[in-house]
Design a protein around this ligand. Structure first.
Ligand code: HEC
Length: 192
Protein backbone atom coordinates (compact mmCIF):
# COMPACT_ATOMS: atom_id res chain seq x y z
CA UNK A 1 0.00 0.00 0.00
CA UNK A 2 2.61 2.53 1.10
CA UNK A 3 4.93 1.31 -1.57
CA UNK A 4 2.26 1.71 -4.17
CA UNK A 5 1.69 5.33 -3.14
CA UNK A 6 5.39 6.05 -3.38
CA UNK A 7 5.51 4.58 -6.84
CA UNK A 8 2.61 6.71 -7.92
CA UNK A 9 4.20 9.80 -6.38
CA UNK A 10 7.46 9.05 -8.08
CA UNK A 11 5.81 8.45 -11.39
CA UNK A 12 3.98 11.77 -11.10
CA UNK A 13 7.20 13.51 -10.23
CA UNK A 14 9.01 11.86 -13.09
CA UNK A 15 6.31 12.94 -15.51
CA UNK A 16 6.37 16.48 -14.23
CA UNK A 17 10.13 16.59 -14.38
CA UNK A 18 10.05 15.19 -17.87
CA UNK A 19 7.52 17.79 -18.92
CA UNK A 20 9.59 20.65 -17.57
CA UNK A 21 12.70 19.29 -19.23
CA UNK A 22 11.18 19.20 -22.71
CA UNK A 23 12.93 21.76 -24.88
CA UNK A 24 11.10 24.99 -25.71
CA UNK A 25 9.40 25.07 -29.06
CA UNK A 26 11.85 25.78 -31.81
CA UNK A 27 11.85 29.51 -32.52
CA UNK A 28 10.28 30.40 -35.83
CA UNK A 29 12.87 30.97 -38.48
CA UNK A 30 12.90 34.71 -38.93
CA UNK A 31 15.28 36.44 -41.23
CA UNK A 32 18.06 38.14 -39.30
CA UNK A 33 17.35 41.81 -38.73
CA UNK A 34 20.20 44.13 -39.27
CA UNK A 35 20.21 47.33 -37.30
CA UNK A 36 21.91 49.58 -39.80
CA UNK A 37 19.67 48.83 -42.77
CA UNK A 38 16.19 50.41 -42.86
CA UNK A 39 13.50 47.79 -43.06
CA UNK A 40 11.89 47.90 -46.45
CA UNK A 41 8.16 48.50 -46.38
CA UNK A 42 6.41 45.94 -48.56
CA UNK A 43 4.68 47.55 -51.52
CA UNK A 44 1.27 46.23 -50.51
CA UNK A 45 1.42 48.05 -47.21
CA UNK A 46 0.00 51.60 -47.43
CA UNK A 47 2.46 54.15 -46.08
CA UNK A 48 0.12 55.49 -43.44
CA UNK A 49 -0.07 52.07 -41.86
CA UNK A 50 3.40 52.36 -40.42
CA UNK A 51 3.68 53.88 -37.03
CA UNK A 52 0.15 53.31 -35.83
CA UNK A 53 -1.84 50.16 -35.69
CA UNK A 54 -5.50 49.35 -35.71
CA UNK A 55 -7.66 50.80 -32.97
CA UNK A 56 -6.86 48.98 -29.76
CA UNK A 57 -9.49 46.47 -28.66
CA UNK A 58 -12.01 47.94 -26.29
CA UNK A 59 -11.09 47.94 -22.67
CA UNK A 60 -12.99 45.61 -20.37
CA UNK A 61 -16.70 46.35 -20.84
CA UNK A 62 -18.26 48.53 -18.22
CA UNK A 63 -21.91 48.13 -17.36
CA UNK A 64 -24.12 45.42 -18.79
CA UNK A 65 -23.06 43.69 -21.97
CA UNK A 66 -25.21 45.23 -24.73
CA UNK A 67 -25.43 41.94 -26.59
CA UNK A 68 -26.73 40.28 -23.46
CA UNK A 69 -29.29 43.04 -22.95
CA UNK A 70 -30.61 42.52 -26.48
CA UNK A 71 -30.70 38.78 -26.01
CA UNK A 72 -32.73 39.24 -22.85
CA UNK A 73 -35.11 41.66 -24.55
CA UNK A 74 -35.68 39.26 -27.40
CA UNK A 75 -36.18 36.38 -25.00
CA UNK A 76 -38.81 38.37 -23.10
CA UNK A 77 -40.51 39.34 -26.33
CA UNK A 78 -40.54 35.77 -27.60
CA UNK A 79 -42.01 34.56 -24.32
CA UNK A 80 -44.73 37.22 -24.50
CA UNK A 81 -45.39 36.28 -28.11
CA UNK A 82 -45.69 32.60 -27.22
CA UNK A 83 -48.31 33.51 -24.61
CA UNK A 84 -50.26 35.59 -27.11
CA UNK A 85 -49.83 33.20 -30.02
CA UNK A 86 -52.97 31.13 -29.40
CA UNK A 87 -54.99 34.35 -29.34
CA UNK A 88 -53.49 35.56 -32.60
CA UNK A 89 -54.09 32.17 -34.17
CA UNK A 90 -57.65 31.95 -32.97
CA UNK A 91 -58.76 35.43 -34.01
CA UNK A 92 -56.42 36.40 -36.82
CA UNK A 93 -54.91 33.27 -38.33
CA UNK A 94 -57.70 32.58 -40.79
CA UNK A 95 -56.85 35.77 -42.68
CA UNK A 96 -53.28 36.58 -41.71
CA UNK A 97 -51.53 33.26 -41.59
CA UNK A 98 -50.27 31.24 -44.53
CA UNK A 99 -52.75 28.47 -45.17
CA UNK A 100 -55.51 30.35 -43.37
CA UNK A 101 -58.78 29.78 -45.18
CA UNK A 102 -59.24 33.46 -45.99
CA UNK A 103 -55.60 34.47 -46.20
CA UNK A 104 -54.94 36.46 -49.35
CA UNK A 105 -51.80 38.15 -50.57
CA UNK A 106 -53.39 41.48 -49.77
CA UNK A 107 -54.21 40.64 -46.16
CA UNK A 108 -50.84 39.00 -45.68
CA UNK A 109 -49.16 42.06 -47.16
CA UNK A 110 -50.63 44.09 -44.33
CA UNK A 111 -49.91 41.65 -41.60
CA UNK A 112 -48.36 38.21 -41.97
CA UNK A 113 -48.26 36.24 -38.74
CA UNK A 114 -47.18 32.96 -40.29
CA UNK A 115 -43.77 33.20 -38.67
CA UNK A 116 -42.38 35.33 -35.91
CA UNK A 117 -41.31 38.15 -36.04
CA UNK A 118 -44.33 38.94 -38.17
CA UNK A 119 -44.07 40.03 -41.77
CA UNK A 120 -45.97 42.55 -43.81
CA UNK A 121 -45.29 46.21 -44.26
CA UNK A 122 -46.21 47.05 -40.69
CA UNK A 123 -43.44 44.95 -39.23
CA UNK A 124 -41.41 47.70 -37.57
CA UNK A 125 -44.49 49.31 -36.02
CA UNK A 126 -46.32 46.09 -35.48
CA UNK A 127 -47.08 46.71 -31.84
CA UNK A 128 -48.64 50.12 -32.46
CA UNK A 129 -50.64 48.82 -35.40
CA UNK A 130 -51.96 45.83 -33.52
CA UNK A 131 -52.85 48.05 -30.53
CA UNK A 132 -54.73 50.29 -32.90
CA UNK A 133 -56.68 47.60 -34.76
CA UNK A 134 -57.66 45.95 -31.49
CA UNK A 135 -58.53 49.19 -29.76
CA UNK A 136 -55.89 48.73 -27.05
CA UNK A 137 -54.74 52.32 -27.61
CA UNK A 138 -58.26 53.67 -27.33
CA UNK A 139 -59.04 53.57 -31.04
CA UNK A 140 -62.19 51.99 -32.31
CA UNK A 141 -61.22 48.36 -33.01
CA UNK A 142 -61.21 47.30 -36.67
CA UNK A 143 -59.94 43.73 -36.29
CA UNK A 144 -60.70 40.91 -36.48
CA UNK A 145 -62.39 42.00 -39.64
CA UNK A 146 -66.08 41.28 -39.43
CA UNK A 147 -65.95 40.89 -35.65
CA UNK A 148 -64.09 43.93 -34.38
CA UNK A 149 -63.92 44.15 -30.63
CA UNK A 150 -64.25 40.39 -30.14
CA UNK A 151 -60.75 40.08 -28.68
CA UNK A 152 -61.08 41.15 -25.07
CA UNK A 153 -60.30 40.38 -21.45
CA UNK A 154 -57.39 38.03 -20.84
CA UNK A 155 -56.91 37.48 -24.56
CA UNK A 156 -56.52 41.17 -25.16
CA UNK A 157 -54.19 41.48 -22.16
CA UNK A 158 -51.88 38.83 -23.62
CA UNK A 159 -51.65 40.74 -26.87
CA UNK A 160 -51.09 44.01 -25.02
CA UNK A 161 -48.25 42.37 -23.05
CA UNK A 162 -46.68 41.15 -26.27
CA UNK A 163 -46.96 44.64 -27.80
CA UNK A 164 -45.14 46.11 -24.79
CA UNK A 165 -42.38 43.51 -25.00
CA UNK A 166 -42.04 44.19 -28.73
CA UNK A 167 -41.65 47.91 -28.06
CA UNK A 168 -39.01 47.24 -25.42
CA UNK A 169 -36.99 45.19 -27.93
CA UNK A 170 -37.40 47.84 -30.58
CA UNK A 171 -36.30 50.60 -28.17
CA UNK A 172 -33.37 48.51 -26.97
CA UNK A 173 -32.08 48.02 -30.49
CA UNK A 174 -32.75 44.29 -30.47
CA UNK A 175 -34.54 44.51 -33.83
CA UNK A 176 -31.74 46.10 -35.77
CA UNK A 177 -32.56 46.18 -39.44
CA UNK A 178 -36.26 46.04 -38.89
CA UNK A 179 -37.81 49.01 -40.64
CA UNK A 180 -39.00 51.48 -38.09
CA UNK A 181 -41.70 54.07 -38.37
CA UNK A 182 -39.57 56.62 -40.27
CA UNK A 183 -38.42 54.28 -42.99
CA UNK A 184 -41.91 52.93 -43.32
CA UNK A 185 -43.36 56.36 -44.04
CA UNK A 186 -40.69 57.16 -46.55
CA UNK A 187 -41.91 56.75 -50.11
CA UNK A 188 -44.70 54.56 -48.94
CA UNK A 189 -47.97 55.02 -50.75
CA UNK A 190 -50.30 52.23 -49.81
CA UNK A 191 -53.92 53.04 -49.21
CA UNK A 192 -56.03 51.48 -46.56
C1 HEC B 1 -61.77 37.88 -41.77
C2 HEC B 1 -60.43 38.17 -42.13
C3 HEC B 1 -59.55 38.88 -41.10
C4 HEC B 1 -59.36 38.55 -39.79
C5 HEC B 1 -59.95 37.40 -39.01
C6 HEC B 1 -58.39 39.49 -39.29
N1 HEC B 1 -58.03 40.38 -40.26
FE1 HEC B 1 -56.65 41.84 -40.11
N2 HEC B 1 -57.01 42.40 -42.02
C7 HEC B 1 -57.93 41.83 -42.86
C8 HEC B 1 -57.99 42.59 -44.08
C9 HEC B 1 -58.88 42.29 -45.28
C10 HEC B 1 -57.07 43.66 -43.96
C11 HEC B 1 -56.77 44.77 -44.96
C12 HEC B 1 -57.27 46.09 -44.49
C13 HEC B 1 -58.75 46.15 -44.42
O1 HEC B 1 -59.42 45.66 -45.33
O2 HEC B 1 -59.26 46.68 -43.41
C14 HEC B 1 -56.47 43.50 -42.64
C15 HEC B 1 -55.50 44.34 -42.13
C16 HEC B 1 -54.91 44.18 -40.91
C17 HEC B 1 -53.87 45.01 -40.41
C18 HEC B 1 -53.31 46.22 -41.10
C19 HEC B 1 -54.22 47.35 -40.65
C20 HEC B 1 -53.85 48.66 -41.23
O3 HEC B 1 -54.27 49.67 -40.63
O4 HEC B 1 -53.19 48.69 -42.28
C21 HEC B 1 -53.53 44.55 -39.20
C22 HEC B 1 -52.46 45.07 -38.26
C23 HEC B 1 -54.38 43.44 -38.91
N3 HEC B 1 -55.22 43.24 -39.98
C24 HEC B 1 -54.37 42.73 -37.75
C25 HEC B 1 -55.27 41.75 -37.43
C26 HEC B 1 -55.28 41.09 -36.16
C27 HEC B 1 -54.34 41.39 -35.00
C28 HEC B 1 -56.28 40.18 -36.21
C29 HEC B 1 -56.71 39.26 -35.13
C30 HEC B 1 -57.09 39.86 -33.87
C31 HEC B 1 -56.87 40.27 -37.53
N4 HEC B 1 -56.23 41.24 -38.24
C32 HEC B 1 -57.88 39.47 -37.99
C33 HEC B 1 -58.66 40.70 -42.58
C34 HEC B 1 -58.73 40.05 -41.38
Amino acid sequence: MTRHLIVVAFATFALAACGSKSPPAAPPTTPPVTDDEPVETPDAMPADHSGHTMAPPDAAPTGPDPTQVKTDLLAAETAAYNNAKPVFEKYCGSCHQKGGKSATAKKMGHFDMTAYPFGGHHVGEMSATVRKVLGIDGSKPTMPKGKPGSVKGDDLALIAAWADAFDASMAGGAHEGMPGHEEHQDGHDHKH
